[in-house]
Design a protein around this ligand. Sequence first.
Ligand code: AMP
Ligand code: GLY
Length: 424
Amino acid sequence: MNVLLLGSGGREHTLAWKIAQSSILSQLFIAPGNAGTSTVGTNVNLNLADFDTMLAFVVDMSIDIIIVGPEQPLVDGIYDFFKANEKTKNVIIVGMSKEAAQLEGSKEYAKSFMKRHNVPTAAYKSFDSNSVANGENFLDTLQSPYVLKADGLAGGKGVLIIDSLAEAKDSLSDMLLNNKFGEASNKVVIEEFLSGIELSVFVLTDGEKFVVLPEAKDYKRIGEGDTGLNTGGMGSISPVPFADAIFMDKVLEKIIKPTVKGIKADNMDYSGFVFIGLMKVGDEPYVIEYNVRMGDPETETVIPRMKNDILELFQEMNNGNLDKVKMNFDKRTAASVMLVAGGYPESYNKGNRIFNLEKISNTIAFHAGTINDDKGNVITNGGRVIALTSFGKTINDALNLSYKAADIISYDKMYYRKDLGKDL
Ligand code: AMP
Ligand code: GLY
């Protein structure tokens, strides 16, 4: 198969690394990719918003399958665009229609989907600029803390959790009347606060049949002890000890099956991942959010645990055979530690040379924000720089290997959290 993988983060290097091991791979292209993806395939400088140029590339290179890493091209309708063109309508796309991508692209769309299909989630109401007063009244009926969510994509920053009622009301009008998050906050979902512990669950579905991938825990805050600003993710661990068999069975019956049934009942064109962000409240799972892609940095632990040939898996999905696939996973724990640029998630420098990557063994260095300079050196090119993934019998064994690797690698103002897994 000729493969085009879209994206340039740690998730994409991990997917590229896995695809490169497939027995049915011919050529692997990554657009735009990073310094890591160029070691397992060919980077191509395509703009993910320019569908026409991508189409020409797909036709020229006889691409058989397009794997869409990030959500934006899906929300922008890349799936519909390729399916509507005579030349590319048979290309397998790991993705879904623009409509279905609203499961991630619009919080209100996702919440009404959950309500309609009886998927457990926090109680909510949504408001627009004409209903600010109703929103304030709704806040009066809730208990602190208050959860306000911009409806649209806001780069993971559109969720506010606020203790004071007065502040929550101010933020509501800031979002609806003063465009606090631009167009993303033309509508706002206000929901009940769920108190519990979070985990990420991943499903691959053709819109009817599905397979479940290993769950993972992601560390979102920049600071140790889960303090400070939210980031794209500072590391991940899979499997998650508190997600025992009884709990995961509840997730299957109460969350995954109704979600996939809902996708079918709503006639969504779907052939891709569903990433379910869950809160375990007591012993019960509640959906916090859906994403229509794999998580990052969860991919960096979930995909290395998968033993199946990933291209064969996508082929089975395309043939409607996911119910016949036997999934095999490494039983050991995978832990990934994200090395980031000092200052991230606020302002930070790019272009710092990364040393000693070649000295890493027993750990896989998945590149996130990296690029090759004109001398072939690997330099930093983003806030999240390298995800160090290791396996171990226990969480600590796996983490210790990743932390050893982190001691070897260096670049100016390198930072990572040293407390991953302590909460588990
Ligand atoms: P989201 O973008 O919807 O995943 O929200 C971002 C983060 O806010 C989540 O990962 C949770 O940590 C938190 N969060 C979102 N909704 C709730 C809720 N209803 N109760 C408690 N925490 C929440
Ligand atoms: N790790 C969270 C995300 O990918 O959105």
